[in-house]
Design a binder for this molecule. Structure first.
Ligand code: HEM
Length: 157
């Protein structure tokens, strides 16, 4: 039972402004990706909007917002979903550079900004799956597309 006098604690999602904030963050991030010679070619679709929507839904769910990501995509399993992409330290640093610019645009209070940025950095470092330079080793866009659309990894048909 909750005490009728004490309101439910706000989630981090609510504290930083809910859906609008996450949309602004991811839109700014993908503006950076769109102009990135290494990251842009990694995306299986030419149109970055569906990828932007997936990242928005994931981040919203992670921070206590609606659970739409898992309703549509199933369990995140992010390292597995990135396995087919060439995520080396250069790709990670580029990803973080665009994300840093996007976080700056939000102009959050320092503690909220530090919390968000700390998570994004740890997540990006965890996503690295190769130390081979870009252009060396297999790039597998076809396999990546299959993996992303595989019925066992997603509830979308
Ligand atoms: C470190 C560098 C990273 C690179 C180069 C990278 C690249 C990619 C690419 C190429 C895709 C496929 C695009 C698509 O959705 O169609 C993707 C998907 C995705 N990425 Fe990343 N990513 C990185 C880090 C991260 C991090 C740190 C997160 C989370 C905080 C993340 C979250 C996602 C999500 C949620 C998807 C969609 C997964 C799905 O439902 O299929 N990525 N990423």
């Amino acid at each position: 039972m909750t005490d009728a006098g004490s309101p439910a604690p706000l989630s981090f999602y609510d504290e930083i402004g809910g859906h609008d904030t996450f949309v602004r963050l991811v839109d700014a991030f993908y503006r950076g990706v769109a102009g990135d010679d290494v990251l842009k070619p990694m995306y299986p679709e030419d149109d970055l909007r569906p990828a932007a929507e997936r990242l928005t839904l994931f981040l919203e769910q992670y921070w206590g917002g609606p659970g739409t990501y898992s309703e549509r995509r199933g369990h995140p399993r992010l390292r597995m979903r990135h396995a087919a992409f060439h995520v080396n330290p250069d790709a990670r640093d580029r990803w973080l550079q665009h994300m840093r610019a996007a976080v700056d645009e939000l102009d959050l209070p320092p503690l909220h900004e530090a919390t968000l940025w700390d998570y994004l950095q740890r997540a990006a470092f965890a996503m690295v799956n190769t130390f081979e330079p870009t252009g060396i080793g297999p790039t597998r866009p076809a396999e990546a597309t299959t993996l992303l659309a595989h019925p066992e990894t997603t509830k979308e048909s």
